[in-house]
Design a protein around this ligand. Sequence first.
Ligand code: HEC
Ligand code: HEC
Length: 409
Amino acid sequence: MKLALLWLLWAQVPAAQEAAWSEREWAKARAHTPLAEPRPNPTNRLADDARAARLGQRLFFDARFSANGSVSCASCHAPDLGFADGKSLSTGLGRTTRHSLSLWNVAQQRWFFWDGRADSLWAQAVQPLETPKEMGFDRVSLGRALRGDAELKREYEELFGALPDVTTWPARAAPSDDGSELALAWQRMDPQEQRAASRVAANFGKALEAYERRLQRGDAPFDRFVAGAAQALSDSARRGWKLFAGRGNCRSCHSGPAFTDGEFHNIGIPPLAGGKPEDPARYAGIDFVRADPFNARGEFSDAREGERALELETLERTPQNFGEYRTPSLRNVALTAPYMHQGQLKTLAEVVNFYSTLEGATPIGHHQEQVLQPLKLSASEAADLVAFLESLTGAAPSAALLAPLDARR
Ligand code: HEC
Ligand code: HEC
């Protein structure tokens, strides 16, 4: 009996020693925790307003803001699927060409979407609303729908002032150059009316942003371990951190408390359908965000001269941006398989295997600023890295935030 116990103790020593962190590793770990509050967004004066967040929560789960009344934001950002949808390519009214992004900790980002084509959460929200394959709605119908619901109308007007009179508006209309009925109807609208309809769309986004800013999920085993809870991480996860921070060099892109540099890189993930990558990604995203009427410099912004507006002015597009995607946050990553911009990789083990072998990576032209090297991990090292990634799942906030609000309460 005693011998067996001694043997057990002895056998565990090497694993624990291997998993111990050096002072340098501790210092690096402290740069990733705790998760900070989202930084203020003065382009939305209601970004941190509790009433706006309540309205946003109603709008988020409401499928009436879609062409056929069946798609809401939650269709592709489901709270029980890590605020994503578990699919490779998201499907609303039609199938999109990208993988859904999780909304946990989304307010930590500076540029939104895989290609960063929106510079705020409120500007972002207008896009799924009007994209034919997502909600296929339009800002004119939105104004009418809000007016038509007494409760929503009251809440909206308390925050943003009177909803416009929609009686002279066409049935549906949205700006676009696709020659569709919607586009033609939009062109026939008076500029005053167009502006009023666009303002409703911007305000819809501002309420949604106030809600999304509350979707913080920190306090993961990793945070607790670094804060002193020695039992919070397994030996395997602790060895995984050493790889992440050391030989894996993962922190050079997945940096800071949100485990992302907020920047765009091309790591050579091939398109889901095979063939050569044709999606310009960040290259097109820069043009889009600079021209977006809902950006920080635009007339619907509450801080047109602020820091965000300045950032936009200095944003330059270079050939290197072609095919670059935003570094995803790794917090809560275990909740949102599959992975990458088209959900090309099914599991975290597949992701780690990619970084280990770079098998199937598309050759990246001479434009790429940083070429990954295959890490050639052993099977147990790969398992350690996965265990570390799994230790980034935080404690969920109050369940009241994660379900539709009853409109009459
Ligand atoms: C049909 C599915 C679908 C619907 C409906 C949808 N989204 Fe998304 N959402 C996506 C996909 C896919 C992406 C990534 C697209 C891209 O990057 O090009 C995304 C990206 C986002 C992002 C950017 C996250 C980040 O990290 O940059 C936010 C925020 C977001 N959606 C919020 C919303 C809101 C709010 C609504 C409702 C108004 C909504 N979405 C409706 C599929 C959807
Ligand atoms: C050169 C910057 C860079 C480095 C270094 C890097 N990553 Fe990434 N990572 C990215 C980018 C960019 C993506 C998204 C790529 C895409 O979708 O095409 C990504 C995606 C991921 C994803 C998928 C997340 C999701 O939600 O889809 C995981 C997990 C991940 N990386 C982990 C790691 C690990 C572990 C390492 C170290 C072995 C690492 N990364 C090194 C930039 C980097």
